[in-house]
Design a protein around this ligand. Structure first.
Ligand code: RIB
Length: 309
């Protein structure tokens, strides 16, 4: 049997994390507690999330751009440790690798600012070089921390090759219908769903209203992630609120990324949609119990243990 094949395209950052009692307001200085550096970036977190959640033998390829600097070297070394295919990680000699400054408050909530650097120069031309990888994927995963025209170029290639596309519309931005109608699964959180639809999403009812608007714009499957409230899955003939796994949140950074990566891993091996969403919810729940983005991505065994418990 052919090995499952997940392709992720997107951002890679080095995260500078300060743990602090509460997020400082504009103009306010607060003394923090601990400082950590960890690998991050929504795209990279999704690739690592997929690689750790996937069944052994699954190929995960990451398409990205990093600087020709030590942060870029460290990011690539990390991907290799997770056995991620790095042939399409391009290097930018003019711009530095992406960096994110992150405050993590005592309640696990965060605030993130990103200097995109090389992520902002990942171009449709780069995507063209990776076209063969996209065409042979079982599933393509994207987010919005790289230029929209690059995201669109990848979606076009996937669409022509009939490769299903998961688009995690983060960070929130409005999207044109020509993109939405080529997306198979859209996975907004509450804020992203509101940006895309104008509906203030707070619960199952409002998530369903937002999903309906997105279906009308051509997206067949919508999964609205609602943090500690769970996730709402809306697909043809399948509307379901998925209950959250109860865990103590230390750091919610990258929970959405881990959800998307593990969802892709499960779907690539033929898991049914509902079961794949449960698997992804368990992975996301585990990720919030640890500090940092990529350090918190759980392994398949841990996810299966939580699902059994
Ligand atoms: O989703 C979390 C990620 O957002 C962080 O790792 C940070 O790098 C930003 O991209």
């Amino acid at each position: 049997m052919a090995r499952a094949n997940v392709v992720v395209m997107g951002s890679s950052n080095t995260d500078m994390i300060i743990q602090i009692k509460k997020i400082p307001r504009p103009g306010e200085t607060l003394l923090g507690d601990k400082f950590n550096i960890a690998q991050g970036g929504k795209g990279a977190n999704q690739a690592v999330g997929a690689a750790r959640a996937a069944k052994p033998g699954t190929q995960v390829t990451f398409i990205a751009k990093v600087g020709k600097d030590v942060f870029g070297d460290q990011a690539i070394a990390g991907f290799k440790k997770d056995k991620i295919q790095t042939d399409y990680i391009f290097r930018d000699s003019k711009n530095p690798s992406g960096v994110a400054l992150i405050f993590v408050a005592e309640d696990g909530k965060n605030s993130i600012g990103v200097a995109s650097g090389a992520n902002a120069t990942l171009s449709p031309g780069d995507v063209k070089k990776a076209a063969q990888a996209i065409k042979s994927a079982d599933i393509l995963v994207l987010q919005l921390e790289t230029p929209l025209e690059t995201v669109q170029a990848a979606i076009e290639i996937a669409d022509q090759a009939e490769v299903p596309v998961i688009l995690n519309p983060a960070p929130a931005q409005k999207l044109p219908q020509e993109i939405l109608q080529k997306v198979t699964i859209l996975t907004p959180n509450e804020i992203e769903a509101e940006t895309l639809t104008g509906i203030a999403v707070k619960n199952k009812t409002t998530a369903a209203q937002a999903a309906k608007i997105l279906h009308d714009q051509g997206v067949p499957i919508v999964i609205v992630t609602l943090g500690a409230k769970g996730a709402y899955l809306s697909a043809p003939a399948l509307k379901e609120m998925i209950k959250p796994f109860k865990v103590k949140a230390l750091d919610t950074t990258a929970a959405g990324d881990i959800f998307n990566g593990s969802l892709a891993a499960a779907l690539s091996e033929g898991t049914g949609l509902l079961e794949a969403v449960h698997f992804a919810s368990a992975a996301a729940a585990l990720s919030v119990t640890k500090l940092g983005a990529q350090p918190s991505a759980p392994r398949r065994r841990e996810i299966n243990e939580l699902l059994k418990a």
